[in-house]
Design a protein around this ligand. Structure first.
Ligand SMILES: [Zn+2]
Length: 424
């Protein structure tokens, strides 16, 4: 008798625990498309991106808006796990564990995202491209733009989509960073190498580290630290990484959050990679210039840039309005200021800032990440040093070639649009 009673109690406790944990999914699983609730998902300007009336589920009537915002909204069928509809469906249904019913009143979820900005990013990237772009207000942490291509028109249902279209490349992929990673190496150098301002590095196309050649794009000859970053000199930055040492590099990559997964209002992002086992000087050199086994998730780079742009203080990016973001000191304030000045020097001296970013104070770094098969990812990352337009951005075009041409021209178009059309 006692044994049977114990078994019954065990069973009930297990059931209750599982009910609390999974009750929402059980209740809503079979009625995902028709739970009787009504609600909508709107952008920061009140543009409707998705709404449901208890019988049918809808998206924006505009095809470009649907595709441009697909990785933000997700869909009602959970085909992209990082979409808002996937993450917040149960909450929007308002399922109650006590009564076992869904809510009667409308649910409204307002995003920080500007759907028109996403439309512009989508058009600038091009429907046929493979890449992504993030734009964030680094003062408030509001995520304003997030687009991944190829995308999906959610009302196509089971229609053909391009390979990998359900992946949000901003959050769920990590890439060889190439020269954008020199920003991390530069930050570590600013804090650890003495007399940095008095030093120079000499580049004649190649440096041998422990007998292993590391090559550069050009002969840069004698350069200051600032010039080496603007030249994106592999010879200089490989030597800087070796001088810092692998353990110091690991510490900075870790502290800046590149090896962690993050959460945007509960939506997870993937970790990056950096060689953490001992690899020796030549490989440390390669890792310091964003090659080796380095991998960076675009979102992690956005967080780092937001902190640099905001004097070192990170206002954690978030996608839901009414959210109070966490605030942390991610980067030393002096390091952030110096890095920002160097990135502005890059843009002015090397990236044709006057024509690409007219009227803007842009701070940026390009990346051309070689993939070993002759192709390269094109990166362009940075921010506007402008109190009225405090935008940080990360742009990536997969196998796009040179950073400045592919990703740089997307960033140029999008930032011009943003400055003209966004309020703040
Ligand atoms: Zn060089």
């Amino acid at each position: 008798m006692l044994l049977i009673a114990a078994l019954v109690i065990c069973g009930m406790v297990t059931y209750l625990l599982r009910y609390v944990d999974h009750g929402k999914e059980w209740a809503l699983y079979f009625s995902r498309a028709n739970s009787g609730s009504t609600g909508q998902l709107v952008d920061r300007n009140g543009i409707t991106l998705a709404y449901f009336n208890g019988v049918d589920n809808y998206f924006s009537p505009d095809r470009i808006t649907r595709a441009a915002n697909y990785h933000v909204t997700g869909d009602y069928w959970g085909r992209t796990g990082t979409g808002i509809l996937s993450r917040y469906w149960n909450d929007m249904q308002g399922f109650s564990l006590l009564t076992g019913t869904t809510r009667k009143e409308d649910s409204l979820l307002t995003l920080c995202i500007d759907a028109r900005l996403n439309d512009q990013i989508y058009l600038s990237l091009g429907e046929e491209s493979t890449g992504c772009m993030l734009v964030c207000n680094y003062r408030t942490g509001e995520l304003l733009g997030m687009v991944s291509t190829p995308s999906v028109d959610p009302i196509d249902g089971e229609g053909a989509v391009r390979d990998g279209a359900f992946i949000n490349r901003c959050l769920s992929a990590s890439y060889t960073p190439g020269s954008i990673f020199k920003l991390v190496t530069a930050a570590a150098a600013i804090e650890n190498l003495p007399n940095l301002s008095q030093r120079t590095w000499y580049c004649e196309h190649e440096v041998k580290i422990a007998g292993v050649p590391i090559t550069c794009m050009a002969d840069h000859y004698t350069q200051t630290f600032e010039q080496a970053l603007a030249n994106s000199c592999n010879v200089a930055f490989a030597q800087i990484a070796v001088e810092l040492g692998q353990s110091t590099m690991i510490q900075y990559v870790t502290d800046y959050g590149f090896l962690s997964g993050h959460s945007i209002d509960g939506i997870p992002t993937v970790k990056g990679n950096y060689p953490t086992e001992f690899v020796g000087d030549p490989e440390t050199g390669w890792s310091g210039i964003g090659q080796s086994t380095d991998l960076v998730c675009p979102y992690s780079m956005l967080r780092f840039l937001c902190a640099v742009a905001n004097g070192g203080t990170l206002v954690e990016p978030h996608i839901l309005q009414n959210d109070t973001p966490a605030i942390t000191q991610l980067v030393n304030p002096n390091t952030a200021d110096r890095l920002g000045q160097m990135m502005n020097y890059n843009a002015v001296e090397h990236y044709h800032a006057e024509t690409m970013f007219p009227g803007m104070t842009v701070c940026a770094k390009t990346g051309t990440a070689e993939l070993g098969d002759g192709t390269s990812h094109s990166w362009f990352v940075g921010f506007l040093a402008d109190a009225d337009h405090p935008y940080a951005f990360v742009t990536l075009v997969e196998r796009g070639g040179f950073g400045i041409t592919a990703a740089g021209s997307v960033a140029s178009e999008v930032m011009q649009w943003a400055v003209e059309n966004l309020d703040a």
